[in-house]
Design a protein around this ligand. Structure first.
Ligand code: GLN
Length: 486
């Protein structure tokens, strides 16, 4: 039974269809592992009885003749998605114990497909961070090295999938929070086109950037789950009304003749030699498979960090205004009047990083600074997006590193917020442009810590991007490596 923890979504679907295993057996096995590896602190809320009830329902649907490929396959959700049956906190004290009256659309879509939820996953508070050190509920450990961060903000999602506590986990990416933790933990992390996954029920951080995606072991698994997860949602005003498609349809397309663009700005100063070595070896593998590497340039990409750290806090300061102690969440026990109640509730409920973002965001949106900072940032954002669009006239996909270094140690960057922000150097351009992007494991660097290769495709071309990743995963076995002890 335990060896099934290493089977991916595709394989589990086949075993369930062949009645070689039941959803209840799978759920029990995963719940046992979650219990055994509690020291990772990947899960914030586990309710075995709810999970087992969902598993029994999936088995009954199969017994009645239903045949969905995800029916009975376990999944876990980042605690940014609201769920009716598990607490939804965004890893913040301000939402401690909060029970949502509804499920997020993404959660709902996957439940309808019969996926069985194992619980909620730790993350940085309101998805703000790159190391999961901003959670009000403690750090998540990296299964490859418990002295290293698992990446952030989706650190619980990445650790859970790397440690085989779940075959797949949802995650969210605003500036890199799927790709960076996937790179740090040696798994496949995929952010689709902005607007393709519904944001309904995703606790908002920066609404023009927030994108739901997945942590999986392989590109193939991701394609299968995207088939049920993505789709138009009338409840989300920025939802893309694109026709439904099969995200697995390009998996077997050969990469012969494919043009892979290498932005020279992604290979400049700051990139650590161990990461560069693994990434260049992956690109050489693509060449061996018949792809053509082309040099491209994204001259404004380096402005991504300053632009992102104006736009994201601005939107966050507005989104976090809803936590006022009145409607939901923490309310201070003692206060003088309404204003005092709001001040105290927010001061007590928010951790240091959301507070920092509210201050920066309110500042750049204030009268007198709005044109100088916010409008300027929006203009440069457009420039970056246009450069990426132009690049796709020269190549089919863009490739490069995900991060400048392998996973760093706890406390290494917490005293310097700007050093932490720089961890997003190669991921924010794709976020600002809203294009699909992913990280796939491509080797190991210093201290045996994993390295990720980033792939980016044009808007709505995630199926092609997943195919390019799958071809690499057919030729290599980095994505099959398991951290010791798991
Ligand atoms: N590290 C970035 C931030 O702190 C990205 C976070 C994210 O993508 N959610 O804003």
């Amino acid at each position: 039974m335990e060896e099934l923890a290493h089977a991916g979504v595709a394989e589990l679907g086949r075993l369930l269809a062949a009645r070689e295993v039941s959803a209840v057996e799978l759920a029990r096995m995963q719940l046992d592992r979650i219990e055994r590896h509690r020291d990772l602190n990947a899960f914030l809320d586990v309710r075995a009885e709810v999970t087992l009830a969902q598993a029994r329902a999936a088995d009954e649907r199969r017994a009645r003749g239903e045949a969905g490929s995800l029916l009975g396959v376990p999944i876990a959700h980042k605690d940014i998605f609201v769920t009716r049956d598990w607490a939804s906190t965004a890893s913040s004290k301000i939402l401690q114990g909060y029970m949502s009256p509804f499920d997020a659309t993404v959660v709902d879509n996957l439940a309808r497909a019969g996926m069985v939820c194992l619980g909620k996953l730790n993350c940085d508070e309101f998805a703000m961070g790159s190391s999961n050190e901003n959670s009000a509920y403690g750090n998540v450990l990296n299964p490859w090295d418990k002295g290293a961060v698992p990446g952030g903000s989706s650190g619980g999602s990445s650790a859970a999938v790397a440690a085989r506590l779940s075959p797949v986990a949802t995650a969210t990416d605003t500036g890199g929070s799927i790709r960076e933790p996937a790179a740090f933990t040696g798994i496949t992390g995929t952010k689709p086109t902005y607007g393709r996954p519904s944001r309904w029920g995703m606790i908002a951080f920066a609404s023009s950037l927030d994108t739901a995606g997945l942590m999986t072991r392989s590109a193939e698994d991701c394609a299968l789950v995207f088939n049920e997860m993505l789709g138009f949602d009338p409840k989300d005003s920025t939802s893309v009304d694109a026709p439904r498609e099969d995200f697995a349809r390009h998996l077997n397309d050969p990469v012969r003749g494919l043009k892979i663009g290498m932005p020279k700005e992604f290979f400049g100063a700051g990139l650590q030699p161990d990461v560069e070595r693994a990434v260049r070896a992956a690109l050489a593998e693509y060449e061996r498979l018949g792809a053509k590497l082309v040099d491209i340039s994204l001259p404004s990409a380096e402005l991504g960090i300053p632009v992102y750290y104006v736009v994201a806090p601005a939107e966050a300061s507005s989104n976090l205004a809803r936590f006022d102690g009145v409607r939901y969440g923490h309310r201070a026990a003692k206060y003088d009047d309404l204003i005092d109640m709001m001040k105290k509730s927010r001061s007590e409920g928010f951790g240091p990083e959301p507070k920092r973002r509210i201050l920066i965001g309110t500042y750049v949106l204030s009268h007198g600074y709005y044109d100088a900072y916010f409008i300027k940032a929006m203009q440069v954002r457009r420039l970056i997006a246009e450069e990426i669009q132009r690049a796709f006239t020269q190549c089919d996909v863009i490739a490069g590193p995900v991060t400048t270094s392998v996973a760093f140690g706890f406390g290494e960057k917490t005293t310097d917020p700007v050093a932490m922000y720089l961890a997003d150097l190669y991921t924010v351009p794709g976020s600002l442009a809203g294009v699909p992007s992913m990280s796939i494991p491509c080797g190991f660097g210093d201290k045996g810590r994993p390295v990720g290769l980033q792939l980016m495709a044009n808007h709505l071309h995630e199926a092609k991007m997943l195919g390019v990743a799958h071809q690499y995963q057919q030729a290599t076995d980095w994505h099959l490596r398991v951290p010791q002890g798991f």
